[in-house]
Design a protein around this ligand. Structure first.
Ligand code: SF4
Ligand code: SF4
Length: 429
């Protein structure tokens, strides 16, 4: 693992601000790992906020809901930030904010009285997926059946530069976070719950400790981890905190651990306590954005161009690029109609990388920093030799978590990530 720049100060201590709604929402049916949801609304139909717009289609798939009330203007398709094509439900916002089902929040929900089956169903119905970026459906992850989970890790490590969305959750949404933890653990029944943060954010311990002193939270603790990259990746976190290696072909749950991002836990609280599906998330806007840098509550389906306009951000297409996510693992986009989805933690405006690329000099730095103990320079060699999939498999390319640590460390700016992503696609064929 390696130490990288942070650049979080511009947004770290900013209050979460509600982003004004767009007039037109582009709601992708593919907002999770696995299969896209199946659209259940039609063109011309009036929809209400939180109405089911797409139904999960398959074992690994998640429901999608309308973020606003309005009229379905079109059902189209779009290539999303990750290069995947998705069906898009285009909704013209009527700005009436009419909600599908009124929920009486005056009657406070008592989580102790809810069954784990009820909470799991709520998580499924609400279309909750991992908010850290992987977008894996949470009800699939939490459907542990007879497996024993001894540890629940709440991941707020956020090791990518610029991003402070999880920081904002821990700092400003503590009450909701602890509701979500309680609901999540009613399903998982873990003996230990650990909130994980980076050393550079250790001041967050103060916000968390206000809740930890309560007797009902006696099984919850906080752990401060080194500022190394990619400390926040699921496998690294499990190794650092629990000392367990996840054996190839198994899942963290097989080792008794579940990792959930802080934003995911917030969505669980919203679903269980307020009957709200996952139609919004906290997004860090940062980079070359001047005073607009901050943390915003953004409805999913909001196109990036609306965010630029609402925050009065000038974007120079010639010299700058927009990245969804962090600068290491995020995706640069060209089409500004691409919307925020459930896994988009950041919108960054960064200078275009004009660094000269050189041939590999076999320094080995890429292998030194690889958290998966791979040999990235081998992928470089094999790609130049146009090697076939079995050769790439021999070097375990499928284990690569695409963290980009190797590319960051490479003194020759070898295009390792382009090569790795292309090679991984080749091995899947
Ligand atoms: S090879 Fe993959 S896992 Fe290893 S450093 Fe590079 S991107 Fe990260
Ligand atoms: S860090 Fe770059 S130059 Fe060094 S071995 Fe890896 S690919 Fe080659």
């Amino acid at each position: 693992m390696l130490h990288i720049f942070s650049n979080k100060d511009n947004s770290k201590n900013k209050k979460i601000i509600d982003l004004p709604d767009a007039d037109l929402f582009f709601v992708p049916m593919l907002q999770g790992a696995g299969l896209a949801a199946q659209a259940v609304v039609s063109v011309g139909e009036r929809v209400l906020r939180f109405q089911l717009a797409g139904k999960a289609a398959g074992n690994i798939s998640a429901n999608v809901h309308s973020p606003v009330s309005g009229v379905v203007q079109a059902i189209d398709s779009m290539i999303l930030a990750d290069g995947k094509e998705s069906q898009i439900v285009v909704i013209k916002n009527d700005n009436k904010n009419e909600i599908v089902e009124k929920f009486n929040t005056a009657n406070k929900i008592d989580i102790d009285k809810l069954t784990s089956e009820f909470i799991l169903q709520k998580i499924a119905d609400a279309g909750i997926v991992g908010a850290g970026g992987a977008q894996f459906p949470t009800f699939v992850k939490y459907n542990i059946k007879d497996k024993n989970v001894d540890t629940l890790l709440i991941n707020a490590v956020e090791c990518e530069p610029y991003l402070t969305a999880d920081y904002a959750v821990i700092d400003q949404r503590g009450a909701q976070l602890f509701e979500g933890i309680k609901a999540a653990n009613k399903v998982l029944n873990a003996k230990k719950i650990i909130i994980c943060i980076e050393k550079r954010n250790s001041e967050l311990a103060e916000s968390v400790n206000r809740f930890l002193v309560r007797p009902e939270n006696k099984n919850i603790s906080i752990k401060i981890l080194p500022d190394t990259y990619p400390q926040g990746s699921e496998l690294q976190l499990i190794k650092s905190i629990c000392g367990r290696e996840i054996v190839k072909g198994t899942l963290p749950v097989d080792a008794g651990v579940i990792v959930s991002n802080a934003g995911t836990i917030l969505s669980i609280a919203n679903a269980v306590m307020r009957n709200e599906p996952m139609t919004e998330r906290i997004v860090t806007v940062s980079g070359a954005v001047g005073k607009a840098a901050g943390n915003y509550l953004v409805k999913t389906g909001t196109p990036v161009e609306h965010i630029l306009k609402a925050l009065k951000i000038d974007f120079d297409r010639q010299n700058q690029q927009i990245v969804l996510g962090g600068p290491m693992m995020g995706k640069a986009i060209e089409n500004l109609k691409i919307p925020v989805t459930k896994g988009v933690s950041g919108i960054l405006i960064l200078d275009k990388n004009k660094q000269e690329e050189y041939n590999c000099i076999r320094c080995g730095y890429c292998a030194e920093v690889c958290p998966m103990h791979l040999l990235p320079y081998k992928f470089y060699d094999l790609s130049r030799k146009k090697a076939n999939a079995p050769k790439l498999d021999r070097y375990h390319i499928a284990d690569c978590i695409e963290c980009a640590a190797c590319a960051y460390a490479c003194p020759c700016a070898a295009p390792l990530m382009t090569i790795i992503k292309a090679s991984k696609t080749q091995t899947k064929v």
